[in-house]
Design a protein around this ligand. Structure first.
Ligand code: GAR
Length: 192
């Protein structure tokens, strides 16, 4: 199974996927890593491992992912022979034509128990709402913001003295376990 990873930041989830591959618990190969942020650490981590990387040029738009750029991204992923696309801290909304190019084959990880707290800084949203538990969700990507069907979820407690950083760190421990597991579940369903 060949994975394509899209990320905008540190890439700790991509690292967790790589670690699962190295440990032999995920039978996959990361074929391509793409980032909309040329300075993202995810690109450095991938390059260090000899994984092909490229920057997605969003033409100076801060949050928009222009349609023609999505079409080009889909072509790149197809050319790399990618079976499943994993969004790992990718901070732009994926729409057609990328969705159409990989139907039911694009996954995202979100740091909350969806449908609670979609969007940015979900751990801060959980704290602000006074939630006593939160967690993370791996879900299929549809055209909405963090709205596709869930594959797997994991819960963590929210502690009375949590800061945004301590809560996010607790959630990330679960993310790193959950993402490889969810990829396995989806790959088995798809037969890839
Ligand atoms: C992760 O916590 C991920 O769930 C979150 O960004 C972080 C990326 O960390 N994604 C979102 O908030 C998407 N809405 P990483 O770059 O270290 O994997």
């Amino acid at each position: 199974m060949r994975l394509g990873i899209l990320g905008s930041g540190s890439g700790s989830n991509m690292q967790a996927i790589l670690d699962a591959i190295d440990a032999g618990t995920l039978d996959a190969e990361i074929a391509l890593v793409l980032s909309d942020n040329p300075g993202a650490f995810i690109l450095e981590r991938a390059a260090k491992r000899g994984i092909p990387t490229a920057v997605i040029d969003c033409q100076g738009f801060k949050t928009k992912f222009p349609e023609e750029v999505q079409a080009a991204t889909a072509r790149q992923l197809h050319e790399a022979g990618v079976d499943i696309v994993c969004l790992a801290g990718f901070m732009r909304l994926v729409k057609q034509p990328l969705l159409d190019a990989f139907p039911d084959r694009i996954l995202n990880i979100h740091p909350a128990l969806l449908p609670a707290f979609p969007g940015v800084d979900a751990w801060k949203q959980a704290l602000a709402a006074g939630a006593t538990e939160s967690g993370c969700t791996v879900h299929y990507v549809d055209a909405g913001m963090d709205t596709g069907p869930a594959v797997l979820q994991a819960k963590v407690p929210v502690l009375a003295d949590d800061t945004p950083e301590t809560l996010h760190a607790r959630i990330q421990v679960e993310e790193h376990r959950l993402y490889p597991e969810a990829i396995r579940v989806v790959a088995e369903k798809l037969g890839v």
